[in-house]
Design a protein around this ligand. Structure first.
Ligand code: NAP
Length: 248
């Protein structure tokens, strides 16, 4: 049994994948979720086994309660939980608010907001000293959109990430005395597939010049910030939202 299990939601690609790999390098065994790309999930399990740690991939939609419970049941089978990275998140096609359907809004909020809260609930039940746990850390994925608003593109996504900022503060203060630190990373423009899923595959090229550092970020740069917030190096940080935006 592992004594240092990390749960990463949406670990198969992008920032989640980089986080799983770096966490394995830093000595965590990892349980991660995915929904569709099984080949990507399987290749990540192989990559982690080369780092002589264990990774377990669970097909689990973070917006479905039964799936979240199954994800944490897999973590319990692997060992003792040490932390959670609420990374899974979705965009939708560019739209104005006056064009958005209820189905779109419900999917966005269910995955980005409710999924994060459900997974956090399960982590707190295991980590909190109030429940007999030994403490740990939770890192949420916000977005620069939370402070930019994403007008005319995805104001719904931006609002979902604003909710993550507030939840990070609220849960952080709620469980700070129970051995759990809750913080967030706020990525800017990071080179992953998410931009194509928003219907603008060349979004980074379009916006590169607006970034003070004049370049996009990498998934690995986000992973390093996430692993720092998880670690004891961040021992007095609670409710923080760390920008990883190149200054944007
Ligand atoms: P990505 O490349 O699109 O990868 C998304 C990951 O989440 C995939 O592993 C996907 O699994 C998984 N996933 C999607 N829906 C899920 C669900 N319902 N349940 C469980 N897993 C699910 O995304 P990314 O760019 O790495 O973004 C990761 C996080 O950072 C998100 O919260 C995003 O909002 C945030 N963020 C990203 C950027 C950026 O520029 N990239 C900027 C700001 C914030 P499958 O492989 O099975 O599809």
């Amino acid at each position: 049994m592992s004594d240092r299990v990390l749960v990463v939601t949406g670990g198969s690609r992008g920032i989640g994948r980089a986080t799983v790999l770096l966490a394995a390098e830093r000595g965590y065994d990892v349980v991660f979720s995915f929904v569709s790309d099984k080949a990507a999930a399987d290749s990540l399990v192989d990559a982690v086994s080369k780092a002589e740690r264990t990774a377990v991939a669970v097909r689990s939609d973070i917006g479905v309660e039964a799936d979240v419970l199954a994800l944490f049941a897999a973590a319990d089978r692997l060992g003792t939980l040490a932390g959670l990275v609420n990374n899974a998140g979705v965009l939708d096609l560019q739209a104005r608010v006056d064009e958005m359907s209820v189905a779109r809004l419900e999917r966005m909020m269910r995955i980005n907001v409710i999924g994060t809260i459900l997974a956090s609930r399960e982590a707190v039940k295991r980590l909190s000293t109030r429940h007999g746990g030994r403490g740990g850390a939770i890192v949420n994925l916000s977005s620069a959109a939370a402070v930019l608003g994403a007008p005319g593109q995805y104001a719904d996504y931006a609002a979902s990430k604003g909710a993550i900022d507030t939840f990070t503060l609220g849960l952080g203060r709620e469980v700070a005395a129970e051995g759990i630190r809750v913080n967030a990373v706020r990525p800017g423009l990071i080179d992953t597939d998410i931009h194509a899923s928003g219907g603008i595959p060349d979004r980074i090229a379009q916006l590169r010049d607006t970034i003070p550092m004049k370049r996009e970020g990498t998934a690995e740069e986000c992973a390093r910030a996430i692993l720092w917030l998880l670690s004891d190096e961040a021992s007095y940080s609670v409710g923080a939202v760390l920008p990883v935006t190149g200054g944007r």
